[in-house]
Design a protein. Structure first.
Lengths: 204, 174
């Protein structure tokens, strides 16, 4: 679901740390170094990287192309290849039968079976195209906040890892406790009270 | 600060209590919502509310869904010790209407619908549409932030147990 979709899901983060000046150059460097790589001519099952919001299948982070208004806007792209287990089983059976016929034996060793399975999987990985998944984000550097347009656990985890790797900044997910503790400017007394809270019994 | 995953699990009840308090305000104290938000607006329960009774050994979950669904069963669930874990809300302002769902556990927003932006044909249109969407999304996020902040201040004060909880109990048992 993208930022301009009619319906969106949002997970919010607070960012800890500061970037080196000039900030836009530092961000562009982090984006370029971790741009999505093509997975289609690769045996990898998955590739994760940054891409342009405007042109997600031809990422370009030249100049300040990722800046809109006072926000940085770009996307996380996860390209995945999924081979159905039945397809792997079919190609494994064909390849195993061929090996047996060539060797004149009746059985394959465990190592031979594993090698055949790996070979079949790698060959199929090269043949099937990947499916791209796009997740937009808005980064407001001045307020150290970031909105990520997905609630999917796996996408959020990939974001947290890639963001830290790209910019050496920590993303802290905002949920009830962190919103209260980090964003509300509570006094020391209120924070002490917050830490001591336990569930309320509404039934009396 | 506590380890993030420990804090997430230990204090997720705060999100459930927030949504339960919010339902109470919507049903009984709309003027309090207006005072918190400081704008002429209305907040209504949308087409879905989920309650869970976490006090029982086996988790009990009640989902009420539908545009004109009655919420009586939800109140009965509250009487038995359930709390609201997910709520769909309709936020109406002067020039604005939005529908969205908040999950208590992480206070994440999903299914967020805001008024449509104009048609995008050029980069300039796209930038305008993005800025407009950021503004519209922020209106909803600021609404939930302001309400949650008020809830937390109350929750950390003596007023929670002495004033707010008795009023919620009265509503549940009325």
């Amino acid at each position: 679901m993208g930022l301009l979709s009619s319906t969106v899901s949002v997970t919010r983060y607070k960012i800890e740390g500061k970037l080196e000046d000039p900030i836009l150059d530092t961000i562009a460097k982090g984006l370029k170094e971790n741009v999505i790589k093509d997975v289609d001519e690769d045996i990898s099952e998955k590739k994760v990287g940054w891409t342009s919001f405007e042109n997600p299948f031809m990422p370009d982070f030249r100049g300040s192309s990722f800046v809109i208004g006072t926000h940085m806007v770009f996307s996380l792209r996860i390209d995945k290849k999924v081979i159905p287990q039945k397809t792997i089983r079919k190609h494994y059976a064909i390849e195993a039968a061929k090996r047996l016929a060539e060797s004149g034996r009746q059985f394959l060793t465990r190592d031979e079976k594993k090698m055949i399975k790996d070979h079949v999987t790698d060959t199929l990985m090269l043949r099937i195209p990947s499916t791209p998944h796009l997740y937009d984000l808005i980064w407001d550097y001045d307020s150290s906040s970031l909105c990520f347009f997905s609630n999917l656990k796996s996408a959020n985890e990939e974001l947290e890892t890639l963001f830290s790797q790209s910019f050496q900044l920590s993303l802290i997910r905002l949920f009830p406790f962190t919103i209260a503790d980090l964003t509300m400017g509570l006094s020391d007394g209120e924070r002490d009270n917050l830490a001591k809270l336990s569930p309320t019994n509404f039934t009396g | 600060m506590l380890d993030i995953s420990v804090a997430y699990n230990r204090y997720k009840f705060l999100g459930y209590e927030f949504l339960t308090w919010l339902w109470f305000l919507i049903e009984n104290e709309q003027n309090t919502i207006n005072e918190i938000v400081q704008e002429p607006m209305s907040l209504e329960i949308g087409n879905r509310i989920v309650l869970e009774n976490l006090r029982k050994e086996v988790l009990e979950s009640i989902t009420i869904q539908g545009d004109d669904a009655g919420l009586e069963e939800g109140v009965i669930a509250l009487r038995k010790g359930a709390v609201v874990t997910e709520i769909n809300l309709v936020y109406k302002g002067n020039d604005f209407e939005s529908n969205f769902t908040v999950k208590g556990e992480g206070l994440s927003v999903s299914g967020l619908k805001v008024p449509q932006s104009g048609h995008v044909e050029s980069r300039k249109d796209m930038e305008g549409a993005v800025i407009e969407k950021i503004y519209l999304h922020n209106r909803v996020l600021q609404l939930t932030d302001n309400l949650f902040k008020q809830f937390i201040r109350l929750r950390c004060s003596n007023d929670w147990l002495s004033k707010v909880v008795p009023r919620i109990r009265q509503w549940i048992h009325s």
